[in-house]
Write a protein that binds this ligand. Structure first.
Ligand code: HEM
Ligand code: HEM
Length: 160
């Protein structure tokens, strides 16, 4: 039997594989701001469309608070993403040229794209959205946000 030619991991490769951990403050910052954005976004949606302005009632007082916290978490989150852009992304790019980290490059590029679209749709929601477009834009923004959370889970390997 001849040996197959596709690349195989060296028997000891597992222990020598590059690990590309984020600095702790960046990992925590990412997960904390991400969780806050998801939570405040989802609570706002639930209130808005059940008892608030989206259901034809007066806005629920907590709606405004959800978006105040959401906006704060968004600004902090964008700061952390900026820090990743200076270190993690270029280093990760070099590490992920081929197997076993090629998937990280694919999901990483998607996350950068989604993060840009989240900032753009968030900005438009805040400064421009005409009332008739606002709900659709809000749902698009939410879908991007949930996609981003899913991608982070796919992208990282191993435990927190
Ligand atoms: C083109 C862009 C990117 C590339 C090429 C890339 C590449 C990588 C690579 C190679 C790893 C190592 C996986 C491992 O060793 O197990 C990694 C881990 C990780 N990346 Fe990225 N990445 C990119 C963008 C991002 C972005 C935008 C985020 C966050 C929104 C992110 C969050 C993470 C996290 C949380 C980990 C796990 C590391 C840890 O828990 O400390 N990455 N990335
Ligand atoms: C980097 C990530 C994110 C950024 C930069 C961001 C930014 C923003 C901004 C600036 C607004 C406008 C706030 C206002 O009108 O007062 C907003 C609204 C909103 N965001 Fe996010 N957001 C992010 C992630 C998320 C996630 C993960 C969700 C998931 C549920 C989400 C759901 C919402 C919802 C439901 C609204 C209200 C939409 C509306 O007013 O019709 N966002 N976001």
């Amino acid at each position: 039997m001849t040996r197959q030619h596709h690349p195989r991991p060296h028997p000891h490769a597992a222990s020598h594989q590059p690990r590309h951990r984020l600095p702790r403050w960046q990992r925590r910052g990412l997960y904390l701001t991400g969780a806050a954005l998801l939570l405040t976004g989802l609570v706002w949606l639930a209130l808005h469309y059940s008892v608030g302005a989206g259901a034809g009632e007066l806005p629920h007082p907590l709606e405004a608070w959800c978006l105040r916290v959401h906006g704060l978490a968004a600004m902090l989150g964008v700061f952390v993403l900026g820090a990743l852009g200076g270190g993690h992304v270029p280093q990760g790019w070099r590490l992920s040229a081929r197997w076993p980290l090629a998937g990280q490059r694919r999901t990483g590029v998607w996350m950068c794209t989604l993060a840009g679209l989240l900032m753009l749709t968030g900005y438009v929601l805040y400064y421009f959205a005409p009332e008739d477009l606002r709900p659709a834009l809000g749902w698009l923004h939410t879908a991007l946000g949930i996609g981003m959370v899913g991608l982070v889970l796919l992208h990282r390997r191993g435990s927190i």
